[in-house]
Design a binder for this molecule. Structure first.
Ligand code: GDP
Ligand code: ZN
Length: 310
């Protein structure tokens, strides 16, 4: 019997749930050893992967015999110190950050790291500010400031209230026809938004983000929800941010869209925009063309990188 193609929608480390073209979900194991591009990963196959599976005689279970090459994938270090990597998800069209300036306020530092990793992994990001029903004048001012900062950098920003249904149609429209990776701090309203958008999902409030509280050492795995035939949502329980792995300091600036047009005018082509002479990026910051807030985020990410390499 020939193999069939399927999409990995869940993984527990040793078992994978694979959805086939007929909509059936088959529990599968890996056959033999998989090694991908020599990449050292704790999981050779991730949610979002397309695979070939071979069904057993009863057609109740299968084994994964082949994996199709990935368009992109989001990775993080398996643990803080280790060199091993964990693939969170693959073949992603849109990376959605649920944020809010109400409680719990999402910091620009966190948003900037989210954007930088989206750039690094080649996934289009979108920032969604939730709970706008709670914003008073002061919070609305913060919202406008943030929105200006990110729209100026070329990113899409939405303002929604899951509670009151404001602008949910716009978010739904963004999710249509795409595989979207959801992230955001616990409490920003991820579950609430999903339930408001898709009545059939019934995500328990708080369930998604509190999952990681159950055990410090358990590896959590992403899961794909398919609430509508053309909406694929990848939820990442317990993973606060995907983070960057293995890049050179001079690369970082390229992941800040406002920096890109200045980088070619720096004296050194591997300029890190720190202390080098004739740095066009720093000149643009000094004359307020690049918002200083973004440059500070850049510095903070750069410093973290250097710390981790020590
Ligand atoms: P999660 O941890 O991101 O899944 O967050 P939840 O969906 O559990 O929501 C956390 C809290 O925020 C809950 O008490 C929700 O009722 C509340 N919440 C979510 N969306 C909104 C909103 O648009 N407006 C207001 N006022 N509260 C919201
Ligand atoms: Zn420079």
């Amino acid at each position: 019997m020939s193999d069939i193609r399927g999409l990995v929608i869940r993984s527990t480390g040793s078992w994978y749930s694979v959805k086939t073209g007929t909509g059936q979900v088959i529990d599968c194991r890996l056959r033999g050893k998989f090694r991908l591009d020599g990449m050292k990963t704790t999981n050779p196959i991730a949610v979002g992967d397309y695979v070939q599976i071979h069904l057993n005689e009863e057609k109740t279970q299968g084994s994964i015999t082949e994996i199709e090459s990935r368009r992109n994938c989001v990775i993080r270090k398996a643990t803080r110190m280790s060199k091993q990597k964990h693939i969170i998800a693959s073949n992603i069209d849109l990376s959605v950050l649920i944020a809010t300036v109400a409680f719990p306020r999402t910091s620009t530092g966190f948003i900037d790291r989210f954007l930088v990793s989206s750039e690094a992994y080649n996934v289009e990001p979108i920032i969604v500010f939730n709970k706008i029903d709670l914003y008073n004048d002061a919070l609305n001012e913060v919202l406008l400031k943030y929105t200006f900062l990110y729209e100026n950098a070329g990113y899409r920003v939405l303002h929604i209230s899951a509670k009151e249904g404001t602008n949910l149609i716009q978010l739904h429209h963004q999710l249509k026809g795409k595989v979207s990776l959801l992230s955001g701090h616990s409490g920003v309203g991820k579950s609430f938004i999903l339930n408001a958008l898709f009545k059939n999902l019934n995500v328990r409030t708080g369930e998604i983000s509190d999952y990681h509280m159950k055990g410090k050492h358990t590896t959590t795995f992403a899961e794909m929800l398919i609430p509508e035939p053309d909406v694929w949502l990848i939820d990442t329980p317990g993973i606060k941010e995907f983070g960057l792995v293995d890049f050179e300091p001079w690369e970082l600036g390229h992941w800040f869209p406002e920096f890109r047009r200045y980088i070619p005018h720096c004296r050194y082509n591997n300029c890190t925009h720190l202390r080098e002479p004739d740095c066009a990026v720093r000149d643009a910051v000094d004359s307020n063309i690049i918002p200083p807030a973004r440059y500070y985020s850049y510095l903070s990410i750069l410093n973290n990188v250097e710390d981790q390499d020590d």
